[in-house]
Design a protein around this ligand. Structure first.
Ligand code: 4NP
Length: 174
């Protein structure tokens, strides 16, 4: 199955967590890497933010960068930002990482034109978790666990994005 290569952004995705230094930047970099791998990076814009302002302007947590590196992902240049009102209309899909993030997004972006879908919608079959756990007060294994969970979930999300792009294009992929 192949999608015509295009560099026209057709879908915009925003991953959201609390601080934008652990889970959502990890989701962003893993999603982007997988989009690149399947040739969809030119069609899907990926961003991340936090609901809180504590870490605005900060790099991702060093423990998360290490966990990402252990799993073969690298993220340079990210600086945390907070969810803002303008995000209501800038994205097609907003993906809160946990239930608190979900509530905050629904409240802060009330009436958004985006689909708001929790990350757990793409967890692998058999996964007993209800949300992406917050690793901030945990150790290296917790960070590795988050990266693994996101890496295991992302192919299904990318598959759905591919289907959506095909539907939008009216592009019959063969
Ligand atoms: P994140 O993790 O929401 O995945 O970026 C956290 C980052 C910072 C804090 C909590 C969670 N904090 O309390 O500062």
């Amino acid at each position: 199955m192949q999608i015509a290569m295009s560099t026209r952004i057709q879908l915009r995705i925003l991953f959201v967590c609390l601080g934008n230094i652990c889970r959502s930047p990890a989701a962003e970099v893993i999603c982007r890497a997988m989009l690149q791998k399947v040739g969809m990076a030119g069609q899907v814009m990926v961003d991340s933010c936090g609901t809180a302002s504590y870490h605005v302007g900060s790099k991702p947590d060093a423990r998360m960068l290490s966990a990402l590196e252990r799993a073969g992902f690298r993220y340079d240049g990210h600086r945390a930002r907070q969810l803002r009102k303008e995000d209501r209309t800038r994205f097609d899909l907003i993906v809160p990482q946990d239930s608190e993030n979900m509530r905050d997004v629904q409240q802060l972006l009330h009436g958004t034109s985006a689909r708001v879908v929790p990350m757990r919608a793409w967890f692998p079959a058999g996964c007993s978790l209800r949300e992406v756990p917050d690793p901030y007060y945990g150790g290296a294994a917790d960070f590795d666990g988050v990266v693994q969970l996101l890496a295991d979930s992302m192919p299904q999300l990318v598959k759905e994005l591919r289907a959506e792009l095909s539907a939008r294009d009216g592009n019959s992929t063969v």
